[in-house]
Design a protein around this ligand. Structure first.
Ligand SMILES: Cc1ncc(COP(=O)(O)O)c(C=O)c1O
Length: 391
């Protein structure tokens, strides 16, 4: 069978592949410390689960409108308004099958052959592949490790051309945990708006910020016409398996995405939609409780990594990832890049981390600290031993 050029341009998500390999080892009885997956280790809050149970009992088990039930679209825009001060109408919102689906569909509507999409490095792996899938050209722009990988407007400025269609900003960032502050984000917005370029703001980790208040660039003056927001309930409400995300943008964009969705997936799962309404209209305390746990784990992980001789880890200001530079290990024991490091760490010490190559850098690995303190301590102990043993 011959496959399309389109599908040939993408590869399996490295983060998913690492998770799968760690899972395989675990099933084979190996004591794996899994710090690869970007997934809250907390259960979905009880009141959200109960809403789903009620939905099943009420037989809310049929197709819904492709873009989600009106109640959910209203809940998404009301929540976003309450949390960030935006003013989207339900017609400017669509519910999707997770945040990935929002990105996939939104870029389908915006990116065509040869269109350039600016992608700050390090980037979340999916952006790169999805842009390629649509025939677009990802234009990677470097951020500075000494600035903890926080994106600045001047990083982007030189990369804008007449072919630039979209600039992707993911703050808090996966994998670096970097956060773009409001003033810098507004500079980026001013730049994209003045050039007629769409700013795609991925707010998947919006509520996991440690040293500032969460905000959405979409609430800034003049932002709405030039901005699209992709978001997700996956991390915020510990709902990764439910597959519920959203897209906020112009009614025209939403109607184009709705067309696509009506053919591709139909609606997001009906039961998950009811659970999402509960998540968005219910108490936010469970989110703040998770944030406090992540904060404590972050303090431990970053300090412990920086104590390993040769390793340096910038302070992540958001999300739940640490992105240490492990290049001190290069040239020893057959380790010459982050990919070698991650592979050997998994086979020798059974610790799963994601190599920086997945995110466009070769000297870092990503550790998720959405894991118990005990796992983190054991993981770091093994990483320290692994590096010490390399000769
Ligand atoms: C930066 C970023 N955006 C979006 C997503 C999408 O998450 P989901 O599809 O689970 O909602 C993820 C998940 O890892 C992510 O890291």
């Amino acid at each position: 069978m011959e496959f399309s050029a389109r599908v040939g341009r993408i590869s399996e998500s490295t983060t998913m592949a690492v998770t799968a390999e760690a899972g395989r080892l675990k099933r084979a009885g190996v004591d794996v410390v899994a710090l690869g997956a970007g997934e809250p280790d907390f259960p979905t809050p009880e009141h959200i689960k109960q809403a789903a149970i009620r939905a099943i009992e009420a037989n809310f088990t049929r197709y819904t409108a492709a873009g989600g039930i009106p109640e959910l679209r209203e809940a998404i825009v009301a929540w976003h308004a309450r949390e960030f001060g935006t003013d989207y109408a339900p017609s400017e919102c669509i519910a999707t099958v997770g945040g990935k689906h929002a990105i996939f569909n939104c870029l389908a509507a915006l990116v065509g052959d040869g269109d350039e999409v600016i992608l700050p490095v390090p980037y979340w792996v999916t952006f790169f592949d999805v842009i390629n899938y649509y025939g677009g050209a990802p234009v990677r722009v470097a951020t500075s490790e000494s600035n903890s990988f926080a994106l600045t407007a001047s990083d982007i400025e030189g990369a804008l051309t007449d072919r630039t269609k979209v600039v992707v900003v993911n703050s808090p960032n996966n994998p670096s945990g970097a956060v773009v502050n409001r003033a810098e984000f507004e500079k980026i917005l001013a730049l994209t708006s003045s050039r007629g370029v769409t700013l795609l703001s991925d707010e998947c980790y919006s509520h996991f910020v440690y040293s500032a208040e969460p905000f959405s660039i979409a609430a800034s003056a003049g932002a709405k016409p030039a901005t699209v927001v992709t978001g997700s309930l996956s991390k915020t409400f510990a709902m990764t398996g439910w597959r519920l995300g959203y897209l906020l943008g112009s009614a025209e964009l939403i109607s184009n995405v709705n067309k696509l969705q009506s053919h591709a997936t139909s609606n997001p799962n009906s039961i998950a939609q009811k659970a999402a309404v509960e998540a968005l209209t219910g108490p936010m305390e469970p989110v703040y409780e998770m944030l406090e746990q992540y904060r404590a784990r972050r303090a431990y992980v970053v300090a412990a990594l920086n104590e390993i001789p040769g390793v340096s880890c910038p302070q992540p200001h958001g999300a739940f990832y640490a992105y240490p530079n492990i290049s001190c290990a290069f040239g020893k024991g057959g380790v010459n890049c982050a990919m070698d490091f991650a592979k050997k760490l998994l086979s020798d010490e059974h610790v799963a981390v994601v190599p920086g190559e997945a995110f466009g850098t070769s000297e870092q690995v990503r550790l998720s600290y959405a894991a118990s303190m005990q796992e983190l301590e054991e993981g770091i102990r093994r990483i320290r031993r692994f590096i010490a043993k390399l000769t």
